[in-house]
Design a protein around this ligand. Sequence first.
Ligand code: FAD
Ligand code: 2HG
Ligand code: ZN
Length: 459
Amino acid sequence: MIASSPELANELRKIVGHDHVLTENDLTAGYSVDWTGRFVGSTPIVVRPSNTEETASVVELLNRNSIPLVPQGGNTGLVGGSIPMSREVLLSLKRLNTLEPVDDLALQVTVGAGATLAQTQAHVRDHNFEIGVDLAARDSCTIGGMIATNAGGINVLRYGAMREQLIGVEAVMSDGTVIKHLEGLEKDNTGYHLPSLLAGSEGTLAIITKARLRLRPRLTEKVTALIAFESVHDAVAVSTRLRQKLPSLHALEAIFSSAMTLVSAHIGAQIPIGPNGKAWLLVEVASGTDPFEEFQQALQNCGDTILDVAVATDDRSRSKLWQFREQITEAIAVTGTPHKLDVTIGLSRLEKFIDEIPKVVKRADPNSLTYLFGHLGDGNVHVNVVGIDGSEPSNVVESAVLGYVASLGGSISAEHGIGIAKKSYLHLNRTSDELRFFRNIKKALDPNNIMHPNCMLSD
Ligand code: FAD
Ligand code: 2HG
Ligand code: ZN
């Protein structure tokens, strides 16, 4: 048995090489704090394997010695799940970034878990393909992390979340065994579907080392519009109409008033339309042929529920409109350390929710500010709460918001996962029977409980 961290570091160096085992605090510190700065942990060792075989040997060694690990990809996760909060070994997968040739016949590609979304997008774009999931952290988030969180993003209403992009995986199980099913057969009912189980498993069941992904056609004709509304009710009604009537609908995002005011100031712009509006939709249509007329017709059919519209057809103006949505997370980060509550609400209850939630938060912590935005096409609202003076809000905010969400039949985690932040609230959405079966699955796949033991499931 390995008796000390220096001894473990030496054994790991034999597997991954001297330069890829980090033990100095100033080198490991960056791996131990999350994107928001809210979750700060520490680790005796960061280990950075370069391929599947090295990953398997690292995991086998840790398992043999019952040493817990936390897998990390791009460290952009927003629920603290990528951080070693209990001095676990940090397993960084970023070097597993191979991009295999695009399979133009099958419309698929196999990539390493450490490839970033942007690298993967650039790789397939030359072949006129896109990845079905897109999100603002694209330059840093990795395919492995996106699978482990079942990431959503801006195109879920068209292509589904990460689970729907996944045809096969290669993964290292807790004892170091490599399981590989990357043939890419669309029809393949040969037993349990490991990719589905690993999507959303947040590093608690296995280490994803490679993924076989479906590719989507690259739709070059895009039109983007920002639409202002006097009420949340009108925004929801129009969003439903657009989902019914617009086959080219590609993204349907929402920004509510406090977030719009904040992001406009952050990017140094005026609120472009409807300065006194209550809600804005950022709508994108995409097609192989020009979708402008179809879009215009659909908007005209929405009648006078719309306060104002700004339409962009060229790439530069489109990306300017996107700034009002994609820069919100950064705008909030500048004001302080947020508590992020990423929830889904049924559309019939959304108006009530948007109206009530700032009051629910104020009652829980009078010294806080609430920002609301999200992916309206999926009923996914991002509730961000910061202290007035930039400090963290009280934890009572979490229980108040998530309790309210559950009382409306919503989900306490739409797309970011459970991680550390929400594990004590999982019972709000899952029965004790479900949680017992979750634990049984975990125990069967990870009998020594080394795979991210402090994430997602409470003891
Ligand atoms: P990490 O943060 O490193 O890890 C996330 C989880 O996955 C952890 O539990 C970790 O242990 C586990 N993990 C990582 N790699 C592996 C692996 N190879 N095998 C097993 N487990 C692994 N998320 C959305 O869903 N939609 C959005 O629109 C969105 N927008 C964002 C915008 C910004 C600006 C930021 C900062 C974040 C955003 N996120 C969004 C959150 C985040 O980008 C996603 O959760 C992403 O999927 C995390 O990928 P990552 O590589 O950074 O994973
Ligand atoms: C988004 O949709 C991301 O922009 C981040 O999921 C959400 O910052 C957040 O809360
Ligand atoms: Zn989101």
